[in-house]
Each structure stands twice: as structure tokens, then as C-alpha cells.
Design a protein around this ligand. Structure first.
Ligand SMILES: Cc1ncc(COP(=O)(O)O)c(C=O)c1O
Length: 426
């Protein structure tokens, strides 16, 4: 049984008191908190098994290598990859996307070719493609969203053609929460008919919904460990085996090779070819523990829980705040994840974010690394509340009532007169 109240016991940080108020952590799209089990796994690795991997014959090195390899296996299982060696560990999703752009992209994209990117992308799935296009004399073509914040199959269909070499698309928007997985499945088929590859940004999707790379039909999928209960500094690139095998390393150096002479080099097998230098073994061990934790909860239950929180947020905002708050994106929790971007009428997003911090509520404010999307929406920024497995309805209530107080004090907030006393409504 999925029980967020029980889950909370694994996260000591959630019992922190901030400015006299119990912490309400709603910045999960930026990074998630880490359960005791993940921290314990990392500590155990460093205290009892630490050694460099793939370099020593001694017992510790063999233990560390085994733990590192097992982490690949768990992640492969988590996304239903065909085999563990389709999983490449990177620093984060940003590095995963750069890896594809500057390996597959550099050798397959040429002058006159087109790279299809959506306006909804995080900069991490937009700027690497723009840089690649500039280097190779290719063109970036943008897929627009609907006014409801969705991506339609038809808008991709209009833009894809024989010149298309890459389609780069998020599986869930980090601003609008739009889940695009069903559209991406259809787009992947079309892209393959034109001989293009599909690169999916799973940063906000993989931590929150059951993910099956075979069902998605994409060619590459990137995600970050720190957004899914794992530590910072470890991310994943999953790639189709037959494509990865064709690629040369992204970075070269130790562990990327089988043999080197002064004239030549034979690259290592996948995935080691892409994991140059000493890897983040502790991070991989932590990610494995995070994956185990999530698998135990069940990703269907995680998704259902977040749907319920989104549904409840819409209800509470509607009851208490009416049209004082504008929420962006689709209003149906079936097609959006646990990310809610909004603005309070007449108040700057940063002012609202700072005022919420007075109530112990952590949200993100700004453009969330999605400047073009905010421009498309005609916004200079937004406040973003984002949920995860340990968030509860009482925290949605806390957010709602705090916003209500903030709205009452709007004029004072505008002149910057407000301090911690805001919590008493004065
Ligand atoms: C959709 C999306 N893509 C990419 C990223 C970049 O993640 P990282 O900084 O872990 O590489 C984020 C982070 O917020 C994101 O939300």
C-alpha cells in the first residue's frame, strides 16, 4: 500500500523547521530529497567497499566494480531496457543529451539537415542542438505548443521530412507538467520512417511514471539521478544498443579503450566507451538504492499519488483563491504530472516565492531554464510547485492558505514592507 505518511519517515529533512514553520518542500522538479536508504547505501559503499573500478584485481576493486555494474542492471530494469549495457552513466541528463549531440550528432548531421526541437524544452534539450546545428551548418526547427500547453502529433507531422535527422523532445514539461509520452510514441514511428533519431528528455518523466523504453520507441533517453531520490552527480543515457555500438566516445581517456598504440586505438565495448575516467561509483550505488526504493513503491502508485495531489491542488486553489491565481497548462491531471506553474495576480513571481519561504514553503521561481517557453506564454516568470512521493494533501492546504494570506497582503508585499510577521497575517 502506497502511504506517503510512512514514506515521509525515510526523509529526515522533511521534519526541519524553517523560520518557525514546518518545511513544506515543493521544489522536487529542481531536485528531490533523498531517503535514509539511499544515504546509507552511499555511506556503506564509501566506508566498506571503496576502490577504483575496472582497474584492480584486489577484492575491494572487484566489489566496487560489481556494485557499479549492478547499478547499470537496476537502471536498465527500471526503464525496461533490453540489456544493462544500453545504460551509460553520465553526470546528469544535460550531459546525456550533450553526449548524443556530440557523438551521433557530429557524425550524422550535416549542412542543410534539420533538427526538430519543441518550444517547451528545458535549455538542456535545446542548446546542445543549437550548438550542433551551428557547427554542422544544419537548421533547428521548432515545434510549437497549443494554447493549452500541449504538443500535438500533427504539429510534428507538419515539420518532419527527409531532411530531419533528430527529434529532441521532452516526455514531461518542467514548467507546464504536460506529459507527452503518447505523442512521442507516434512521433518516434514517423521520425524513423524519415531515418531520424528521437532523443527523449526524461528528466521530469522517468522519476514520476512507469517508463518503458521499448514501448516509447525512442532511440535515446536521458534522465538525472538527483530528481529521483538519488544523489547529485549521476545521470543516465539509455541508448539503443545498435546505435551506441556505432558511436565513438564522447570524451576519451582511461577506461574508454581496449587497446592503444601510438598510431591507433580500439574502443572499449559499450557502455564503458562512454564513461571516460574514474566514474562516480558512490553516485551509481546511491542511484541503484533510489531505483530499488521507487520499484518497491511501484511507479504506477507514484503516478497515481501525484495525479491525486494535482487534482486536489486545482480544487483547493479554485475554492480558496479563485481567479487571483493563474495556473498554466492543461487542467486535467490525467495528462499532466505533478508540476504546477502559476502566478498571483499583481505580484512578481520572485516576491511570491520569497513570501512563501517565510511560511517554510520551498518553491522555485523564475523561468525554470525554459526562457523560450515563458516567452511563448508571454510571461517574465512563474512560481512552480512540484510534488513527489512524500508530499501530502496537508501541504497543498498549507500552500493554499499561505497564498491566501499573501494575496491579502499584496499591497504591502509590493512595497517590500513584509517580513516574517507575514505568517500572522500582519
Ligand atoms: C525537463 C528537464 N530537462 C533537463 C533538465 C536538466 O537537468 P540536470 O540539471 O540534472 O542535467 C531539467 C532540470 O530541471 C529538466 O527539468
Amino acid at each position: 500500500m502506497f502511504n506517503p505518511y510512512e514514506i515521509r519517515r525515510d526523509f529526515p529533512i522533511l521534519s526541519r523547521v524553517i523560520r518557525g514553520r514546518k518545511l513544506v518542500y515543493l521544489d522536487n522538479a529542481a531536485t528531490s530529497q533523498k531517503p535514509k536508504q539511499v544515504v546509507a547505501a552511499i555511506a556503506k559503499y564509501y566506508l566498506w567497499h571503496n576502490a577504483n573500478v575496472h582497474r584492480g584485481l584486489h577484492t575491494l576493486s572487484q566489489e566496487a566494480s560489481q556494485m557499479y555494474e549492478e547499478a547499470h542492471e537496476y537502471v536498465a530494469k527500471f526503464v525496461n531496457a533490453r540489456s544493462w549495457d544500453e545504460v551509460v552513466f553520465t553526470h546528469n541528463v544535460t550531459e546525456a543529451i550533450n553526449l548524443v549531440a556530440f557523438t551521433w550528432g557530429l557524425s550524422n548531421v550535416g549542412p542543410g539537415d534539420e533538427i526538430v526541437v519543441t518550444v517547451m524544452e528545458h535549455h538542456s534539450n535545446m542548446l546542445p542542438w543549437r550548438k550542433l546545428a551551428k557547427i554542422r551548418g544544419a537548421r533547428v526547427v521548432y515545434v510549437d505548443i497549443t494554447d493549452g500547453g500541449e504538443l500535438t502529433y500533427e504539429s510534428f507531422e507538419k515539420l518532419l521530412n527527409k531532411r530531419t535527422k533528430v527529434v529532441a523532445v521532452t516526455l514531461m514539461s518542467n514548467v507546464l507538467g504536460t506529459i507527452t509520452a503518447d505523442v512521442v510514441k507516434r512521433v518516434a514511428k514517423l521520425a524513423h520512417e524519415y531515418g531520424a533519431v528521437v532523443v527523449a528528455d526524461g528528466a521530469q518523466y522517468v522519476p514520476h511514471a512507469p517508463t518503458d523504453v521499448r514501448e516509447l520507441g525512442v532511440d535515446f533517453l536521458g534522465f538525472s539521478g538527483h530528481k529521483m531520490l538519488g544523489p547529485m552527480g549521476i545521470g543516465v543515457l539509455w541508448g539503443r544498443r545498435e546505435i551506441l555500438e556505432e558511436l565513438e566516445p564522447f570524451k576519451t581517456g582511461g577506461d574508454t579503450i581496449k587497446e592503444v598504440t601510438l598510431e591507433d586505438v580500439v574502443w572499449h565495448d559499450i557502455p564503458w566507451r562512454f564513461e571516460a575516467g574514474t566514474p562516480n561509483v558512490g553516485g551509481a550505488v546511491g542511484l541503484k538504492a533510489a531505483v530499488e526504493y521507487l520499484m518497491k513503491l511501484g511507479m504506477d502508485s507514484v503516478r497515481e499519488h501525484e495525479k491525486e495531489l494535482v487534482r486536489y491542488t486545482f480544487k483547493r486553489f479554485n475554492e480558496e483563491l479563485g481567479d487571483e491565481v493563474e495556473i498554466y497548462g492543461h487542467k486535467d491531471p490525467e495528462v499532466r504530472g505533478g508540476v504546477i506553474a502559476f502566478n498571483v495576480k499583481g505580484l512578481n513571481h520572485h516576491t511570491v516565492g520569497m513570501a512563501l519561504d517565510m511560511f517554510g514553503i520551498a518553491v522555485r521561481t523564475g523561468m525554470h531554464c525554459a526562457h523560450p517557453l515563458h516567452r511563448r506564454l508571454g510571461l517574465s516568470g512563474s512560481v512552480r510547485a512540484s510534488y513527489y512521493v512524500y508530499n501530502i494533501k496537508e501541504e497543498v492546504d498549507e500552500l493554499t492558505t499561505s497564498l491566501k494570506t499573501i494575496i491579502t497582503l499584496r499591497d504591502k508585499l509590493k512595497t517590500g514592507e513584509v517580513d516574517e510577521r507575514i505568517c500572522t497575517g500582519t
